[in-house]
Design a protein around this ligand. Structure first.
Ligand SMILES: Nc1ncnc2c1ncn2[C@@H]1O[C@H](COP(=O)(O)OP(=O)(O)OP(=O)(O)O)[C@@H](O)[C@H]1O
Ligand SMILES: O=P(O)(O)OC[C@H]1O[C@H](OP(=O)(O)OP(=O)(O)O)[C@H](O)[C@@H]1O
Length: 208
């Protein structure tokens, strides 16, 4: 049996991924509460590596990991050459443009200041609308930006809407839905197809 390595995003996605792998009998070695970064499952010949979301794609792209579990937001933001092979169905949220008013408050003849942690997704979205923007890249707490006058609007993930509500912000436009995905290195997909296929089958059974 080929051994495979799987990169898992730390944080929200990692927590759910660990539960899912345990449910299909392949995750006993994963302990997200430890400080370990590699979890070896000798019996099933799986090595899990536990890394930051954006780095999951890097490890898979470079073939250090055959597979990765990461949010669709990260895949879209980090234009890469990996296969997206399965929608895991957890980590559901959506991208939205939000601001202090719940209606379109911007126009094409005026530069729009947009705060976000996702500059590539934001640029692509507004380019399509032919809206000129200035991107203000932040690393978190993006909702603060319009409140203190750093930006006109934000582009960010919304799940329950609690963060927007708590800060007096409204959704202006919903952009698209996000969930966790299984990604695969292109070469691994060819050479370790059977193992990868089996894993996906097990994940599918869990969903039904
Ligand atoms: N409400 C949510 N807010 C943000 N991300 C969510 C939410 N629900 C699900 N997700 C998914 O979880 C991922 C982010 O997880 P988490 O917030 O733990 O990481 P992070 O803190 O953004 O990462 P980093 O440590 O790099 O800052 C996103 O990429 C997204 O796919
Ligand atoms: O709609 P909600 O359920 O409130 O979730 C959305 C919020 O969660 C995320 O932030 P996170 O908790 O990751 O903190 P951050 O701002 O530091 O990224 C995201 O960036 C939103 O701020």
């Amino acid at each position: 049996m080929d051994s495979i390595s799987i990169a898992i995003s730390k944080g929200r996605i990692g927590k759910e991924a660990s539960t899912v792998f345990k449910k299909i009998g392949l995750g006993d070695s994963i302990d997200i509460n430890s400080r370990k970064l590699i979890f070896k499952d000798e019996k099933n010949k799986i090595n899990y590596i536990y890394v930051k979301p954006l780095d999951v794609v890097t490890y898979v792209q470079n073939g250090v990991a055959d597979l990765g579990v990461v949010g669709k937001d990260i895949i879209l933001e980090k234009d890469s050459d990996v296969y997206e092979i399965y929608d895991l169905g957890f980590g559901k949220c959506k991208f939205a443009v939000a601001g202090k008013k719940n209606k379109h408050t911007y126009s094409k003849d005026k530069l729009l200041k947009v705060a976000t942690s996702y500059p590539n997704i934001t640029k692509k979205y507004f380019d399509k609308k032919q809206q000129k923007i200035k991107i203000i890249k932040l690393n978190g707490s993006v909702e603060l930006a319009p409140l203190v006058g750093l930006s006109d609007v934000i582009v960010d993930l919304v799940e329950t809407g609690n963060t927007l509500k708590a800060n007096g912000l409204y959704i202006i436009e919903e952009m698209f839905d996000i969930s966790a995905r299984l990604i695969c290195n292109r070469i691994s997909y060819r050479f370790k197809y059977d193992r990868i296929f089996n894993l996906v089958e097990k994940l599918k059974e869990l969903k039904h």
